[in-house]
Design a protein around this ligand. Structure first.
Ligand code: SF4
Ligand code: SF4
Ligand code: FES
Length: 288
């Protein structure tokens, strides 16, 4: 037996015969084959947590739909990624998300809502939608009425990136939320302000304060925005920074998630240490 036959897996994906290395997830195989599967809680730089179920696909012989983001391809499997059952499941997931969250700053989810015909008016809104935005510092805000409980921030704060473990999921059912220990204000918590949670948040529930102020001033205009790659000058690691500006004023700093040095994650200096270029008081009326 050759090495290749041991390590390759061949299966059917939407009636196409696909061969991938053993250990490849259905999502990876699908993307390689040009088949799109929507995701929400999955990210290339985080461990899958199977929280959202948006990526589910139909696996012949399986009683339930399976999450493509974490399920590995199996030999001779027969998989359909957009069957009627899959579409209905995704539609319901999107309806629940739209009912329980403010998705106005999540264009990708809005597109999926349109595509799957999700209608959240069938459900009543829960109380958590009335929660005030938490503004406890000049670096980032937390608007938990936009939080889809995807776990990405918890993962980035924990053993996927920062190993700080300042935040976790608390509560159960409709009271479930992201929280510091004993709901301590963020500046008094274990948070080290790396901003990696903000970097991975898919809904702007966690948002750079400069971006938040810009949106609040109703001057937010993607047409006037640019992203410029540069290298952080603070230490010898040399992280790649993407500096996002509108009219030449910085509103956030990120790093590419596929970058070999950062995997999208930065420290507090690279993420927020740009005040020497441009003090946040230039734009923010709420800063003192
Ligand atoms: S705050 Fe953002 S990253 Fe964290 S769980 Fe909520 S939506 Fe996900
Ligand atoms: S982001 Fe932090 S670790 Fe990376 S180069 Fe800058 S100071 Fe160094
Ligand atoms: S993306 Fe697969 S369960 Fe969320």
């Amino acid at each position: 037996m050759t090495r290749d036959t041991k390590t390759d897996v061949t299966f059917s994906l939407n009636d196409l015969t696909v061969t991938v290395p053993e250990g490849t997830t259905i999502l990876e195989a699908a993307r390689e084959a040009g088949v799109e599967i929507p995701t929400l809680c999955w990210a290339s730089n985080l461990t899958p947590v199977n929280a959202c179920r948006l990526c589910v696909v139909e696996l012949q012989g399986s009683r339930t739909l399976v999450p493509a983001c974490s399920r590995e391809c199996e030999p001779n499997a027969v998989i359909h990624t957009d069957s009627e059952r899959v579409a209905l499941s995704r539609k319901m997931v999107l309806e629940f998300l739209d009912t329980t969250n403010d998705l106005t700053e999540s264009p990708d989810l809005q597109n999926l809502i349109d595509r799957y015909g999700a209608d959240s008016s069938r459900y009543s809104k829960p109380k958590r939608m009335d929660e005030d935005v938490k503004i406890e510092d000049d670096l980032f805000i937390r608007a938990y009425d936009r939080c889809v409980l995807c776990y990405k921030c918890v993962e980035a704060c924990g053993d996927d990136a920062q190993f700080t473990f300042a935040i976790s999921m608390a509560g159960r059912g409709s009271d479930m939320r992201v929280s510091t220990e004993f709901e301590t204000p963020l500046p008094d918590s274990a948070c080290v302000y790396c901003g990696n949670c903000v970097g991975v948040c898919p809904t702007n529930a966690l948002q750079f304060k400069a971006e938040f102020d810009l949106r609040q001033s109703e001057d937010w205009d993607p047409q006037r925005q640019t992203s410029t790659d540069t290298i952080c000058s603070y230490c010898g690691v040399g992280c790649t920074l993407e500096v996002h500006t509108q009219d030449n004023e910085i509103f956030k700093v990120t790093s590419p998630s596929d970058h070999s040095v950062t995997s999208g994650h930065l420290c507090v200096k690279g993420r927020f240490g740009w005040q020497y270029v441009q003090p946040p008081t230039r734009r923010s009326p709420t800063n003192h």
